[in-house]
Design a protein around this ligand. Sequence first.
Ligand code: BG6
Length: 478
Amino acid sequence: PESGCLSIVVLGASGDLAKKKTFPALFNLFQQGFLQSGEVHIFGYARSNISDDGLRERIRGYLKGASEEHLSQFLKLIKYVSGSYDSSEGFELLNKAISWNETSEKNQPGNYRRLFYLALPPSVYPSVCKMIRTYCMAPSSHTGWTRVIVEKPFGKDLGSSEELSSQLGELFNEQQLYRIDHYLGKELVQNLLVLRFANRFFLPLWNRDNIANVQIVFKEDFGTDGRGGYFDQYGIIRDIIQNHLLQVFCLVAMEKPVSLSPEHIRDEKVKVLQSVDSIKHDEVVLGQYDGYKDDPTVPNESNTPTFASVVLRVHNERWEGVPFILKAGKALNSKKAEIRVQFKDAPGDIFRCKKQGRNEFVIRLQPSEAMYMKLTVKKPGLEMATEQSELDLSYGLRYQDVKIPEAYERLILDTIRGDQQHFVRRDELKAAWEIFTPLLHDIDAGKLQALPYQTGSRGPPEADELSKKIGYVQTHGY
Ligand code: BG6
């Protein structure tokens, strides 16, 4: 493992993302011994004029499950530098603070690692990256490095995303840029390739001959919760589907990579994205929950979808004719994310059990991670009757002693280790925008309307009709 001074800089340190995700993830890594005192220094950078202790107090309440001793050891690692996002003074100051620690390090002089986490709105990415590039790069050494983590939204459509990519691409190379999609850090998302390619069960079945349709579903049981102003600029497709669900789709649909190297994996993801046909309007249902516009920051005439169900069709040998439904919504009846792979009916149904439901393989990403197979069994008893039952692998039962890591925790550790497998490559991002940009432009131009749905419902009934139309057979309990 690499050693030497590691400086982690959280830009936007007093914002929501930093408080709720970044610092807690760093704290978890610290608790597990991945960030050693003496070797690691954490800096918060933001505009507010507060002291080191001011920042520590702001984040303290978000660091859970810790002993007071651990907590104060961690907080001691954190320093605060205040400055704006586009002026040199602040970044010069930041560089001074980082360098001061580096040079006071006893071991391996010159072996400096600097990680910048941009917990900031994307509008300031170009200026912040420019400042980092100009003032804060790690002095070059054979093992030293500078890495930058950026978070979506990466633009609003293909054009703006490409522009952002070029701006950042002039400042950092692809090996220095870590585009985070936190769904790629979730345990069951990381399990997908293992599941598909290490199990003989699945290998021969995972194709158009056996699979009828696939649904990738994200549901939240709360609305935009004070983020209406931001959300209204983007909508559910840009917020969830184009990134989180599409990443899951890639791992479900891609071909087997040549090896587990990040480039081989991402090559296959790009290929499957490029095989997706253009989306048809009659295979899209949009919705907006009642009460969405009560948020004073949302305009009264907003047509922004808070729900969308979109059918993707993959034009290749494995998937021709198999619809993939990507569905996401806020303010629905439950909170969960899952993948449902529905198999075709068994031909020659001598048991007359077809009506009881199809074989379905469900991967529940959250909450309560699980994988289960719905299958037909003989109903125990004297009669020869069948029923649907489940082969169930619930992580809470099977892995009782394992604490499943938070997505951000894992992804920050990957960045420190220099592993880009679970980060989005530039061409992958481009291919993702190519799929959704025409649809998004049509929605923005008012060519598709968001249908009203009740808060706490399943979304607009038209979405269930769409699933039915493309051949999804609803089974009990879904
Ligand atoms: C974020 C979206 O990327 O993901 C939010 O901007 C959403 O709108 C969140 O609530 C969901 O993440 P998770 O991990 O809670 O499913």
